[in-house]
Design a protein around this ligand. Sequence first.
Ligand SMILES: N[C@@H](CCC(=O)N[C@@H](CS)C(=O)NCC(=O)O)C(=O)O
Length: 211
Amino acid sequence: MLTIYGHPISSYTWKVLTALYENGTPFEFITVDQNSYADFIAKWPMGKFPILLDSDRGAMVTETAVIIEYLDHYYPGRTRFIPADFDTALEVRRWDRVCDHLNTTMSKVVVNNIRPDSQRDPYGVEEAKCVVRGMYAVIEAQLGSREFLVGNDFSLADCAAAPALWYATRNVPLDGAFPRIVGYLEHLKARPSFARAVKESEPLFHMYPGA
Ligand SMILES: N[C@@H](CCC(=O)N[C@@H](CS)C(=O)NCC(=O)O)C(=O)O
């Protein structure tokens, strides 16, 4: 049995949910909240979610990129997240890292929105927005005429890109400068796996002004 500890509106949780929904992989979901936090933090004191527990293999897996590689290896389905070709796989991992960097940088902007006024960090937010715009430029160039971020197939890199771009573009507008990202994001939003992760979190959007 696979168990995910995560949160329905967490962008990194969406990344793993997208991979699970791609292949219809069965799992149970435990929301990290006041009720489950002590249990979660005892398992992973670093406190970053989601994490995956696999009771059949006695494994705990952390870090979303590694969780998705783990699923690809031990619970493979129709969609493969890591290409067999080494060079393409390296590119997939590289763009996964870029998109996670976008995700973490973007969250500085989103989290600032829910801080008390006295705790806000306008300088840090402007700095983060500048980095996000630079990332838009590299993603725009990488997309070219591609349907997906790397090669011709949906991969780990797209699982990472979907939530990162979904949240980032709400908080740092594309301002008409990145048309390929617009098209790519629409394509990702129409993908049933990602659409389902977003849809399920809708009742909680009020918790997060950046959503
Ligand atoms: N590198 C980690 C990042 C995970 C991450 O930052 N998750 C956020 C939720 S979207 C989190 O745990 N935030 C709570 C915190 O930082 O205390 C991964 O890929 O799993």
